[in-house]
Design a protein around this ligand. Structure first.
Ligand code: TPP
Length: 323
């Protein structure tokens, strides 16, 4: 399929007013004020619709939406341990397949199976189950909401914590300067499993995010959507700035919204003029200890990543730093 034809096919929502109005994630949950995980899950369920089963690994979203005897979920929902969300979703998918084959469930009914996991539950603890699910080829969409630390238990670092970020286990002082390593490239590690669809997105671009959720559900086989999720509590910013920070992540090149659809790689939110990373970093208390040199080190790392991405696309989709 030509890339033009494919692009036409995968843009399911072109205007904000095409986003379904039905709310399947109900208000009144206990997520922190300004938590962008709520925005992500709300839109995820809008894209998925009512015929959806959510398998949720332990984490902020799980504990904040299911405080006994209440629930925010208007779709069937399972809570799983950290380690096995993807394994349990594989079982759900297989069971449905068998029930459809035996005629117990309408074989023509499309049932979406979605795993929702945080970065701790995906990069680190649940990775084995995720890799197995990808290898076996289950028809499941895995959504990773990435707040770059184990937030629910008090801001411990994960394999996703970015370079120099403060967390309670990567303190910032004279010796330690926050996290010592850059983020693990989880979406690329998933892509290395040769699954049909992998995407990265960000709640500051709702249409991009919804289109990727929809695409991930329509494509047959295991799919993976990695969503940046600014966290006011762990990243130390005023709750009103979550979406602004999410947008700055993309505008600075700290985060790139891309997709790999049946082998075709593209950046879906091009950034012709890039902002300096300081605009992103200076808005967050977790980076407030950084020196000018450390900020420049992060800038250099982002420049290299941007160059690599531009090479993969084959043209300059992300431009040079202009301010
Ligand atoms: C095997 C195991 N270790 C530790 C815990 C405790 N625990 C519950 S939630 C959580 C943090 C989850 O982090 P993440 O997956 O990044 O999601 P977030 O809380 O940030 O949404 C931890 C460590 C657990 N439930 N199971």
């Amino acid at each position: 399929m030509s890339s033009q034809a494919q692009k036409k096919k995968k843009r399911y929502f072109k205007l904000i007013n095409q986003i379904p109005r039905q709310e399947l994630f109900s208000p009144g949950h206990g997520l922190c004020a300004g938590c962008t995980a709520g925005t992500i899950v709300r839109h995820l369920l809008k894209a998925a619709g009512p015929n959806t089963i959510v398998v949720n690994a332990t984490g902020c979203v799980e504990v904040s939406t299911t405080t006994y005897p209440y629930t925010s979920w208007r779709v069937p929902w399972l809570h799983l341990a950290f380690e096995n969300a993807a394994a349990a979703a594989s079982g759900v998918e297989t069971a449905i397949k068998v029930l459809q084959r035996k005629g117990v469930i309408d074989p023509n009914k499309k049932i979406n199976i979605v795993v929702l996991g945080g970065d701790g539950g995906t990069y680190d603890i649940g990775f084995q189950a995720l890799s197995g699910m990808l290898e076996r080829g289950h028809n499941v969409m895995y959504v990773l909401y990435d707040n770059e630390a184990y937030m629910n238990t008090g801001i411990q670092r994960s394999g996703s914590t970015p370079l120099f970020a403060w967390t309670t286990t990567t303190p910032a002082g004279k010796v330690w300067r926050g996290e010592r390593r850059p983020k693990k490239p989880i979406a690329e590690i998933v892509a290395a499993h040769r699954v049909p669809y992998v995407a990265t997105t960000n709640p500051a671009y709702p249409l991009d995010m919804l289109n990727k959720f929809k695409r991930g559900l329509i494509v047959e086989g295991p799919t993976f959507v990695h969503v940046l999720q600014p966290c006011p509590t762990g990243w130390r910013f005023d709750p009103r700035y979550g979406i602004k920070i999410a947008r700055l992540a993309t505008e600075t090149g700290m985060w790139v919204n891309w997709e790999l659809d049946h082998g075709e790689f593209d950046v879906t939110v091009p950034v012709p003029r890039r902002k300096h990373v300081k605009h992103y970093l200076r808005m967050q208390g977790r980076f407030k200890h950084l020196t000018e040199e450390e900020i420049e080190e992060i800038q250099k790392w982002v420049d290299q990543e941007v160059e690599r991405i531009n090479k993969m696309v084959g043209r300059q989709v992300i431009g040079p730093v202009e301010e």
